[in-house]
Design a binder for this molecule. Structure first.
Ligand code: P5A
Length: 450
């Protein structure tokens, strides 16, 4: 993409309404624009990152054997009356009446709708296990929408629903989700720690939240610092193996890590004092096993191998996809701007032309741009007729992890400069070497932007 032809409405001033750094940078970098309290337009740069996160979530869900689909944002209130949540969800639910006088709601989540789909089409244990998921906009009329996309009213969520014959199978589905989430967050450059939590409006008593540690997080958390040493890494896992998934669950959840809702001071005291931590975290996902709460209320049953008809065991599993942008920025920035992890960066590298209009510099930038693009990479070429200082400031703010700087002086010796946004370190090299190095860095990180 050439910056002169892109839409990147960068703000010079720090918007006064933004209280935390991720919100400030998202506004300043022209990623989002607020349209109403907690409701945002995703401008091109923000949209690119959102799509990348969505793609990573899809890839990891499909890898785990989960099946993508798409349910609508508007739902019939009747379904929610069946489960009893039409009243229980309270003021967070946006209620709408259509021209026929029928009650609709803008979905805050989809347990009821997916249970209705299940009961319409599945009647036998032979069709189980089944996990259906979608990534769709949700609406919750939050009392205090704040911190930009972090607590929006309209937000983008991946929500998956598991259907199993037995509790044991349903707990495997729960463990499988934990594993797929660990992989997902690590690919995004994040450490998200599973913590025992409260199930709130979803129900059930088996639930974990995934928290990214950050001072600006809304949740208070208590944990054994040993949990921060755990990494999933590049392990291969057989998602069908109950044993393998249970072992990962055990490894990642046996140390003390809880949100304030379930914190137990006596258990916490048993953690060696030097490892006890009280901190704040951003909840980027939550998994639930709630048994037959919805299937019983809504008549979602299957016939087992013994001929007996029983309600299915269910769970639901969510990732806050739009919130993740805020969480990643909170975890990865400096005082000049965002520092995107390579796995989610909106463009793979920036190209800065220090002397736009100089025949040699222009030609070198064009050649770099073409070579990178031919390799399937997305460079952002700052080809505007601007001062170098302004170009550097914009690149730093929008946080591309790598930058190639091209100027007449370097080109005299056939050199350009490759700079890491994270370390600030620069290295002079030939353009072909810079292209090769960028290609190496992104090898295996195949998610393309749009
Ligand atoms: C699980 C999937 C559920 O809704 N039903 C379907 C279950 N869980 S949840 O914890 O309530 O939400 C899942 C994730 O969505 C994100 N989230 C939000 N993101 C931005 N703004 C909000 N107002 C908001 N509310 C929830 C969180 O990341 C949460 O973990």
């Amino acid at each position: 993409m050439r910056l002169s032809r892109y839409f990147l409405p960068v703000l010079k001033e720090t918007p006064s309404e933004a209280q935390i750094v991720s919100h400030r940078y998202m506004l300043r970098a022209g990623m989002i624009k607020q349209n109403a309290a907690g409701i945002y337009s995703w401008l091109p740069l923000g949209f690119r990152v959102l799509r990348k996160l969505e793609n990573i979530v899809h890839e990891e869900q499909i890898r785990a054997g989960h099946i993508p689909m798409l349910m609508p944002t508007l739902q019939s209130a009747d379904l929610w009356r069946e489960s009893g949540r039409y009243d229980a969800f309270g003021d967070e639910m946006l209620r709408i009446t259509d021209r026929q006088g029928r009650d609709l709601i803008y979905g805050p989540t989809n347990e009821e709708m997916v249970t209705d789909i299940f009961r319409s089409h599945v009647g036998s244990y032979k069709d189980l296990p089944l996990t259906l998921y979608h990534i769709q906009w949700k609406f919750r009329d939050e009392m205090r929408p704040r911190f930009g996309v972090m607590r929006g009213r309209e937000f983008f969520m991946k929500d998956g629903y598991t259907f199993d014959l037995t509790k044991e199978d349903a707990l495997h589905a729960y463990n499988r989700h934990l594993v797929s989430y660990l992989r997902t967050y690590e690919r995004m450059g994040l450490q998200a720690i599973p913590m025992r939590a409260d199930s709130g409006a979803m129900g059930g008593d088996n639930t974990h939240e995934f928290l990214v540690l950050a001072e600006t997080g809304e949740s208070e958390v208590f944990y054994d610092s040993a949990v921060t040493d755990l990494r999933f890494g590049d392990r291969e896992i057989d998602y069908n193996s109950h044993k393998d998934c249970a072992a990962i669950m055990e490894e990642f959840t046996s140390k003390y890590a809880r949100t304030d809702e379930t914190h137990d001071a006596a258990l916490f005291d048993a953690v060696p004092e030097e490892r006890r931590r009280v901190a704040r975290g951003i909840e980027v996902g939550q998994i639930f096993y709630f048994g037959t709460k919805y299937s019983e209320a809504m008549g979602a049953t299957v016939q087992g191998p013994d001929g007996k008809v029983t309600p299915v065991h269910m769970g639901s599993h969510g990732i806050g996809v739009s919130r993740l942008l805020g969480a990643i920025i909170e975890a990865s920035h400096d005082d000049r701007g965002i520092i995107w992890p390579e796995g989610v960066t909106p463009f793979h590298c920036g190209i800065i032309n220090l002397k736009q209009g100089d025949t040699q510099a222009d030609a070198a930038c064009d050649a770099l741009y073409d070579s990178l693009t031919a390799l399937g990479l997305d460079p952002l070429y700052d080809d505007r007729d601007e001062r170098a200082g302004g170009k550097f400031a914009t690149m730093d703010l929008i946080g591309l992890p790598w930058r190639i700087t091209v100027g007449p002086r370097g080109l005299k010796n056939g050199m350009v400069e490759l700079t890491s946004r994270r370390t600030g370190e620069s290295e002079e090299m030939e353009p072909a070497q810079a292209v090769e190095k960028i290609a190496q860095i992104y090898k295996g990180l195949t998610v393309r932007g749009i």
